[in-house]
Design a protein around this ligand. Structure first.
Ligand code: SF4
Length: 231
């Protein structure tokens, strides 16, 4: 049965992407709202819910007409797991036959675990914000323990996932990255940590562009980091 009345804080839809869901042609659904306030966040308007919400009927129409064109849907934000009807939305996407990728800050391990148990997620992109002692300062949210729980749930589920972090040298130093790698090793994670550079845009921390050469850090432990944009 198709659900027509899901309550979802959807701000926009990217109709097609070839690079945001590995091995899939997908659309991206952008959710408003987030429990974190990362200093480097480049989309405060999305986090603060300042866009007009797209009615679910329009999202439904869009997805039904794209079923032959796209294979998957990426749910991004913001933090999509906070939405009241997040799980029903995943079930609805499954009914339409889509593969599902979610982008998450890892603050909601219960919801992620439930979705994984129900076989509703095919790929997770999980943010690794910072080591424990810097987590709150960077995100303004006490979420390190929840992140670790999410990390364990995702890695034990057997689905494909990626871990990614954004760095600005005012916030994260080379020792922090080393510590983050050690945490991944401790949790038996073998995939590299994907490092995304700071995007110079209005942000919560009033950060300015970062000219520090971070690639030098990463090359020293090549294979353990992957700089987004590398081939
Ligand atoms: S960067 Fe931080 S504040 Fe921005 S959407 Fe992601 S988790 Fe939320």
């Amino acid at each position: 049965m198709v659900q027509k009345s899901l309550k979802l804080p959807i701000a926009s839809i990217t109709p097609i992407t070839f690079q945001d869901f590995p091995d899939h042609i997908a659309a991206i659904i952008w959710f408003m709202g987030c429990n974190m306030r990362c200093s480097y966040c480049h989309n405060p308007d999305l986090v603060l819910g300042r866009y007009k919400r797209i009615p679910f009927a329009i999202v439904d129409d869009f997805l039904r007409t794209r079923r032959d064109l796209i294979q998957g849907v990426v749910i991004s934000g913001g933090e999509c797991t906070l939405a009241k009807d997040f799980l029903p939305f995943l079930q609805y996407l499954r009914q339409l036959g889509f593969k599902i990728k979610i982008d998450t800050n890892g603050s909601n391990p219960q919801i992620i675990s439930t979705a994984l148990e129900q076989g509703l997620i095919d790929f997770v992109a999980l943010d690794f914000k910072a080591p424990e002692e810097k987590f709150i300062r960077l995100t303004k949210y006490d979420g390190f323990v929840a992140f670790i729980e999410t990390l364990d749930a995702v890695s034990k589920s057997g689905i494909n996932f990626e871990l990614r972090t954004t760095i600005h040298s005012d916030l994260i130093c080379e020792n922090d990255l080393e510590e983050m790698l050690d945490i991944l090793i401790k949790h038996n994670i073998n995939s590299p940590l994907i490092v995304q550079d700071f995007k110079d845009a209005p942000n919560f921390g009033d950060l300015k562009s970062d000219t520090y050469d971070k690639k030098g850090w990463l090359l020293r432990r090549k294979g353990e980091f992957f700089f987004r944009g590398d081939n």
